[in-house]
Design a protein around this ligand. Sequence first.
Ligand code: F6P
Length: 363
Amino acid sequence: GKGLAVFTSGGDSQGMNAAVRSVVRMGIYLGCKVYFIREGYQGMVDGGDNIEEANWSSVSSIIHKGGTIIGSARCMDFIKREGRLKAAHNLVTRGITNLVVIGGDGSLTGANLFRQEWASLLDELLENNKITKDQREKYKFLHIAGMVGSIDNDFCGTDMTIGTDSALHRIIEAIDAIVSTAYSHQRTFIMEVMGRHCGYLALVAALSTEADQVFIPEDPVPNNWVEKLCKRLQQERKSGQRLNIIIVAEGAIDREGKPITAEMVKKVVVDNLQQDTRITVLGHVQRGGSPSAFDRILGCRMGAEAVMALMEATPETEPCVVTLDGNQAVRLPLMECVRRTKAVAQAMADKNWDLAVQLRGRS
Ligand code: F6P
């Protein structure tokens, strides 16, 4: 059977295990020899026990687990050609020419570069007598399929990335818990949530918890934000509300691109309104714990689709990323999605927030 390997790269997210499980089982079902690559690209470079054949039962009882059982890493060695040469050697000697990468845009870009270089890497290995002529010929094509695992929902081309829904569950559970103590003491709470440069988690969490205010990177605060915030909070208290909840995305900014932090917001509330105020930074709790039903199913469906894409690939097929479009798992050109995602980052850096939001939307 064909050699196929799956690995997870970059920050972990809930639902990655469901995706790994699905890749392994769909691969075996279609007659492939399936491998785990542990610790992301680092495991691919280091080889040895990091690349291990998987079987049907090696992915039993993982669908409900958060994180990734095969480990993940940010790898510096793979950035250098020397590292990629070692990785290619490790794959060819095991007959692996199909890769499923589960990670963010950086990890997907790495996989694409690896594929572009594949022929020249194999030539160099042959020259150095690391592989045989037969191996050079037999494994001359590398096929890549990607899936996006990230709690941030910051990737263009998909409605949801694997992990976002579970992170949202974790966030709103935490906010609900905070609300009861805030109510008792008539306090104001400022909750800092993750998302890097994407405000999706903060925005959706705010909408689903009746928060009074949300700060997100895509909608930088106006110059008069202090007055506006104080007026809003005062109004809420005057109308009988015993608490206030303010959500600050970790990437929140003002119109000059300077960070708006939970500490800054707290100072505004305390100095102007003298409200009893606390900050809760949710941190990595958001990335942990059991995946939601949505993320389990999303991982399963995307994993199966990724394997099917690889099995149907011809030498001319461009690498794809499996994404969610409405309720459908679909294949999109990997690099086009990566390029759009990078264009969003550039638009944000250029302070063109409208363009960023527009690019992030569906095409
Ligand atoms: O990309 C996922 C994420 O959790 C972001 O929301 C956050 O900014 C970042 O990773 C944290 O990175 P680390 O786990 O390396 O601290």
